[in-house]
Design a protein around this ligand. Sequence first.
Ligand SMILES: *Cc1c(COP(=O)(O)O)cnc(C)c1O
Length: 437
Amino acid sequence: MFLLGTQRINEAGHLEIGGCDTVELAEQYGTPLYVMDEAHIRHTMRTIKKAFQDLHSASDIIYASKAFTCLAIARIVAQEGLMLDVASAGELFTALRADFPVERIVFHGNNKSREELEMAVQCGIGRVVVDNENELSLLDEVAAANGVKQAISLRLTPAVDPHTHRYIQTGRVDTKFGMNIEGGGARRGVEKALQMQHLELRGLSCHIGSQILEADFFKLGATLMCEFLAEVKRDLGFTVQDLDVGGGLGIRYLPEHQPPSMQEYAATVVGAIKEQCVRLGLAVPHLEVEPGRALVGEAGVTLYRVGGIKRIPNIRNYVAVDGGMSDNPRPALYEARYSALNASHAQETERETVTISGKHCETDTLIEDISLAPLHTGDIVAVQSTGAYNHSMSSNYNRFRRPAVVLVNEGASEIIVERETLQDLLAHDVVPERLLV
Ligand SMILES: *Cc1c(COP(=O)(O)O)cnc(C)c1O
């Protein structure tokens, strides 16, 4: 068991977050419930921003919306002075409705539609990260039609594969994202971008992967990007102003996960870039990183109430909770592993190995064989580190209602996303007249 952010065990022996008793939160708001620790989010955002700016003052942190966004989160990101990455009309719309400063929004995506590009250009978005040559032409057309010169950067793919734990020149060439540095696609992209009348090429961007726990992989990505910066400067006379090395910093899902600290991460990225810039005779550009998970993942827990418990002697103990793959699809999608605690009996030292299952009509195991304080029907289980890619990937599978999200801070709790209602589930259903007779 481990505690994150403001989590502690209170006098009642319950898990507390942001000064709020999680058993009481479950009672008040119902379960499943996503709980987000505001102090932890703000602290993480300040820490990473300071870590980078202390080493290179011309640095910005861009929060990746896809990890988790809603109006309240976009407000917090704006208040903390971060930039925002959006990757769809929906994420952009959320940012705009939250009054996020448009010049600080960056638009990602490998297949942005004309409508999305029009929306971005018309709202005055800070930058579009163009993924491919097709999009260069489309965006140039859209910018021309709207009478603007749109700032852009190009999404490049350096051949770094952090997931196979190998640095291979061909590994990441096989990806749908971006323009490959290997084989000349990136070089052609820069040449083409520089010719576009209505686009202003400012920067280069990459993203080498996610849940990376070894800082050295960021060094490889940064090094390959700097070598490319030197190549386009030498051959095309183009100086990159903004270098965006993407997100991917990992978090603690399990006790054995030891992600690098924000200071180590910043030191690795900035150190590698400065070293390469000196070696290659380049001025250090304005630097950006785009973490998503690392800013909100550990700040979230999901509370579930235990229902039935099925003990199969010598085989397994199944503990059923009142959510499952609709509120957390990651175990089913990627065999992602999570940790949890018995929030109702958090001080109990006795242990029992159980498998936490959801309530969908399939084997939706949330956590297989975890050792916890014995769970009883009615207890609250808190699954740790669900702040990223849980609510944002949730679905209505089995016509479940998406849970509410509550923001906790200094003993107060506030709803930031309401629980869906049964009526919400029918909001888009249409019955043709002929089926009514
Ligand atoms: C997913 C993504 C991120 C954020 O990734 P994390 O692993 O959550 O830090 C940043 N940039 C791009 C382009 C992405 O696709």
